[in-house]
Design a protein around this ligand. Structure first.
Ligand code: NAD
Length: 358
């Protein structure tokens, strides 16, 4: 029986405290303590019965601690990760891992040199809506997917304090964009050929409050990725088009449908419909017999949970589900999005867009 690994949470705000729930009940890893620079968060941790440490150094000097979770604002992930890895701790780091790709390379070097596991919590690879869309993509449930749109839209502006500031790695490209782009690259394996992007500054912050990016892949797939925080009416979470059908998932409640061409239906000329001030055959809905409608159904993911995987990687029993080279690719894509938005040009330098770790 292997020992239960002990993990200290560094940064006990919204997400740091959520990791307590993620780890709860895990037979192989437990939360043994907390360190947060804010007194009130230290007190909140004490009240929950966690040991608190007076500073990061005290965490790192504690030989009973095997791993740390970094859930601080984004700008200090790198510094904390490097110190922890150098002290011999394994590290889980919240997304976005760093605010540029160079900083991630520095962390990966230290992790390699100290033979420690460094994994980024790209938890939305386990989201049910994404698992369903990826299953449709992988198993050609709408034929070959040639276009997809992935969006999250809210109307509450940018939440909290540090997310409004560039110095802390704020803004929606880094906050939500990193999730949607990670999902995209986890699903569409081809190389990227071009990126265009527009950032939105509707709230008047120094960081983007949303963005739209159009990404094309060498295999012909095109993707629209959109994040908004000023959307009082929302577009669907997912919209994918394939050679045999179209699917739409409205929201995290998984409402939506998949509609496929009925291959056995006899071809018939569509009847024109009245549309606005004109007539159209092109935009007339297909007849009932020409299509088959399917509800959106849950798909069981075969992936281990994030923390089961983290422990298995530490014990040499699994490959990481979230690989650092994948996280690096996403940061490279984020940099292309910032460049495309800033220059108002299409970024299509193939080598830059597809730079990998090796
Ligand atoms: P938050 O502001 O709620 O919490 C951050 C905490 O870190 C605060 O309690 C703050 O006092 C503490 N802190 C700041 N600097 C510190 C330091 N140097 N050392 C120790 N503690 C420090 O922010 P949040 O929403 O919890 O976000 C934290 C991280 O989690 C961010 O990287 C964010 O992107 C990520 N996050 C991930 C998800 C996800 O779904 N994976 C969701 C939300 C947030």
């Amino acid at each position: 029986m292997s020992k239960i690994l002990s993990l200290v949470i560094v940064g006990f705000g919204g997400m740091g405290s959520y990791h307590v729930q993620l780890i709860e009940g895990n037979q192989n890893i437990k939360v043994s303590g907390v360190y947060d620079i804010a007194d009130e968060r230290q007190q909140a941790a004490s009240q929950l019965g966690f040991k608190t440490y007076p500073n990061l150094e005290a965490v790192l000097q504690d030989s009973t601690v095997d791993a740390i979770l970094i859930a601080t604002p984004n700008d200090v992930h790198k510094e904390i990760a490097i110190k922890a890895l150098e002290a011999g701790k394994h590290v889980v780091c919240e997304k976005p891992v760093t605010i540029n790709s160079r900083d991630l390379l520095d962390i990966i070097d230290v992790a390699k040199n100290h033979d420690r596991v460094f994994m980024v919590h790209q938890n939305r690879r386990w989201d049910e809506d994404f698992v369903i869309i990826k299953d449709m993509y992988d198993h050609h449930k709408v034929g070959e997917v040639f276009h997809l749109e992935s969006r999250v839209q809210g109307a509450n502006g940018i939440p909290g304090d540090w997310r409004h500031l560039q110095a802390h790695g704020g803004g929606m490209v880094l906050d939500w964009g990193v999730h949607l782009l990670d999902q995209l690259l986890f699903m569409v394996k081809g190389k990227i050929t071009s990126v265009t992007a527009n950032l939105s500054f509707a709230l008047g912050d120094e960081v983007d409050d949303g963005f739209i990016s159009y990404i094309t892949f060498e295999n012909g797939v095109t993707a629209v990725i959109e994040v908004g925080t000023t959307n009082y009416v929302k577009l669907p979470r997912w919209y994918i088009k394939g050679t045999e059908g179209t699917a739409l998932i409205q929201d995290w409640d998984l409402s939506g449908e998949r509609v496929n061409r009925n291959q056995s239906a006899e071809k018939s000329e569509p009847k024109p419909i009245r549309a606005g001030q004109g007539l159209t055959k092109t935009m007339a809905p297909p007849s009932e017999s020409a299509t088959i409608r399917y509800p959106i159904e849950k798909v069981e993911t075969k992936m281990e949970s994030f923390y089961d995987n983290f422990v298995a990687v530490i014990r040499g029993k699994s490959e990481p589900i979230v690989k650092n080279e994948e996280v690096y690719r996403v940061l490279v894509l984020i940099e292309a999005i910032f460049k495309a938005a800033e220059t108002n040009e299409v970024v299509k330098d193939f080598d830059v867009l597809n730079h990998t770790l090796d």
